[in-house]
Design a protein around this ligand. Structure first.
Ligand code: ADP
Length: 622
């Protein structure tokens, strides 16, 4: 394998701590072996970056015209692999100082601590120690490393080690610049002697390495680091292809955002909003592969949860920063201040991007909202820094929007009449049933807009938004609505005494089924409705709580009675004749249960129907 040896091989012994380290690496890292290739390619790419940089000022290097590339040679029969680069290469001193030594002091301490605490070393950690090269010993028992540094008078060396206590270095003939690492795969790693497997790993981890990676004659990393190109330079086709690569999506993205941030934190990003939410998205958003983190074009990790707040996790794409060390581990990224800065910048950029979309492309935004609103809206409750910005981006259907169309709170308040002081909403399962809710009658009649909240998430966020533009948000399910202002009714109401006396019978009949019975201001066509007390829970919210917790007992409701309604007036007449008339009592119960039925809360349909049949029989008597 190695060329003719010109001097005797020199034997070196690893320092004690390096020995321990190697032992730990080789025996602890049994999972995710494939990352050895990422580490070798990453080192090769570093070496290529270094020579490229040096050649900016020094043309006088060995092989100045060599292609900057990485070659992987796979020999299936022999089970060998070689990783070859035309990078900066290593001197004898480099081999001893860099390959033969643990880079960072304290590394061993850290690893020992982990072991003592019984924690498993994982593959992501390996890079953190500056010993990425040694991950190759997970798949082989012996490594040959041939290298020649870039200086024109450099010599070639062969470095050899079995990952045990010793390594050797000998001088060899090597005509070209760079490094070739060759090893025979252990039997349990023979899978890596397959071209397709190697190509797959390269695509997965190293597709955006800035130098071509060849397996045999084939260049495997087809997609370049698009995010490093100027915005105007990137064609739509390329964006689409890149999106599909990073997202495993099959559709083109709905929108993209390219960022090049310099200052307190430095990063480039190419982000996408998918055309639609994948099936699994809402079932398990945690598994949703979101942002891929790169450090200077080298892939570090996918689904980097630390880069976005949860409510923006529908965003896909790449973030590439030079501010993180290459090969930073997941543990480190989780607590890194750099990550926090990137996350904050990303969040405000994405919100600004969505704001612009909402203003300039409202239909596109509408679609985004119907796809991802469920997650996005939850930001109101979790991101207090950006709460106001998120609230501006909320969209709801309303009694003044067509079905499927929505309005912002800003547009809603713009349409408010002078007398209207509050923003009204009602929540329920569907727009259709909400529109028929008796509580809306008054608002319809007086042309007051009401937001129709039919998304479950709305119930959790809207009651928490106390006011918008100094106008309180009120559920029209609440009993304390200020509705006196727009009174303009032609129908006659029962006089106060009659009303009071009838309400007393209602109270007596319903007992502790209700918190109270009051004369309604909001009903127009319906006879009664149930509302929540001032401090009570919104009806829809209560329903959801009950669904989640069987033992949840909601607060009692208030029955509002429409004193202008025909049936109520009839009841008043019955009441005058005899307040103990069974028909009066039965009708009151029936009215109460009808209101429950409309809310989807009727407990005993059997009793309800039996009573109704009885009442019908009476009504149809000859
Ligand atoms: P890290 O890459 O995290 O520093 P490694 O153990 O992977 O740790 O590598 C140690 C050092 O060996 C590198 O920093 C680099 O100086 C040198 N090295 C490794 N591979 C190569 C290569 N292909 N070409 C040149 N130098 C290399």
């Amino acid at each position: 394998m190695a060329k003719k040896t010109t001097t005797k091989a020199q034997e070196f012994e690893y320092k004690a701590e390096m020995k321990q380290m190697l032992h730990l690496i080789i025996h602890s890292l049994y999972t995710n072996k494939e990352i050895f290739l990422r580490e070798l390619i990453s080192n090769a790419s570093d070496a290529l970056n270094k020579i490229r940089f040096r050649m900016l000022t020094d043309k006088d290097v060995l092989d100045a015209n060599a292609d900057l590339k990485i070659k992987i040679e796979v020999n299936k029969e022999e089970h060998t692999l070689s990783v070859i680069d035309s990078g900066i290469g290593m001197t004898h001193e480099d081999l001893v100082e860099r390959i033969g030594t643990v880079a960072s002091s304290g590394t061993l301490e850290f690893v020992k601590q982990m072991q003592q605490q019984g924690k498993q070393l994982n593959a992501e950690m390996i890079g953190q120690f500056g010993v990425g090269f040694y991950s190759v010993f997970m798949v082989t028992d012996e490594v040959l490393l041939e290298t020649r540094a870039a200086d024109s008078d450099s010599k070639g060396y062969l470095w050899k080690s079995d990952g045990g206590g010793k390594y050797t270095i000998e001088e060899i003939e090597k005509s070209d610049r760079g490094t070739k690492i060759t090893f025979k795969l252990k039997e349990d790693a023979w899978e890596f002697a397959e071209d397709y497997r190697i190509k797959h790993i390269i695509k997965k981890y190293s597709n955006f390495v800035d130098f071509p990676v060849y397996v045999g004659e084939e260049k495997v990393n087809t997609v370049e680091a698009l995010w490093h190109r100027p915005k105007d330079d990137i064609k739509e086709d390329e964006l689409n292809e890149f999106f599909k690569f990073v997202s495993n999506d099959f559709q083109d993205p709905a929108a993209h955002l390219q960022l090049n941030i310099e200052g307190a934190v430095n990063f480039k990003a190419l982000l996408f909003i998918p055309e639609s939410a994948p099936m699994s998205f809402f079932r398990n958003p945690d598994d949703f592969d979101s942002i891929h983190l790169y450090s200077n074009k080298i892939f570090i990790q996918d689904n980097c949860k630390e880069l976005l707040p949860e409510y923006l996790r529908f965003i896909k794409g790449v973030v590439d920063t030079e501010d993180l060390p290459l090969n930073v581990s997941r543990e480190v990224t989780q607590s890194s201040p750099v990550m926090v800065k990137i996350k904050n910048t990303l969040t405000s950029k994405i919100l600004a991007f969505l704001k612009e979309m909402a203003e300039k492309e409202p239909e596109k935004f509408e679609k985004f909202n119907s796809n991802f609103g469920l997650l996005f809206k939850s930001g109101v409750n979790s991101d207090f820094t950006n709460r106001d910005k998120i609230i501006e981006l909320l969209r709801f259907e309303s009694t003044k929007t067509e079905k499927g169309k929505s309005t912002s709170l800003k547009d809603y308040t713009g349409r408010m009449g002078e007398k209207q002081k509050e923003i009204y909403f009602i929540s329920g399962d569907h727009r259709e049933s909400l529109e028929k809710n008796p509580k809306l009658e008054y608002f319809k009649k007086n042309d007051i807009e009401v937001l129709l909240l039919s998304e479950p998430i709305d119930v959790f966020i809207v009651p928490g938004i106390n006011e918008y533009d100094k106008k309180p948000l009120k559920s029209i399910d609440k009993a304390d609505l200020d509705l006196s202002s727009d009174e303009k009714d032609e129908k006659e109401e029962l006089n106060e005494d009659l009303a009071k006396s009838l309400i007393d019978v209602f109270k007596e009949t319903l007992g502790d089924k209700v918190e109270d019975v009051v004369a309604s201001k909001r009903l127009v066509d319906s006879a009664v409705t149930l509302v929540s007390g001032k401090d009570g829970m919104d009806a829809q919210m209560e329903k959801m709580m009950k669904m989640m917790n069987k033992d949840f007992s909601g607060s009692k409701r208030i029955l509002e009675v429409n004193m202008k309604h025909g049936v109520i007036k009839n009841l008043s007449r019955l009441n005058l004749a005899s307040s103990t008339d069974p028909l009066l009592r039965k009708t009151i119960l029936q009215l109460y249960e009808s209101a429950e039925l409309l809310e989807g809360n009727l407990e005993s349909p059997n009793e309800f129907v039996a009573r109704m049949t009885e009442l019908l029989e009476q009504a149809t008597k000859a």
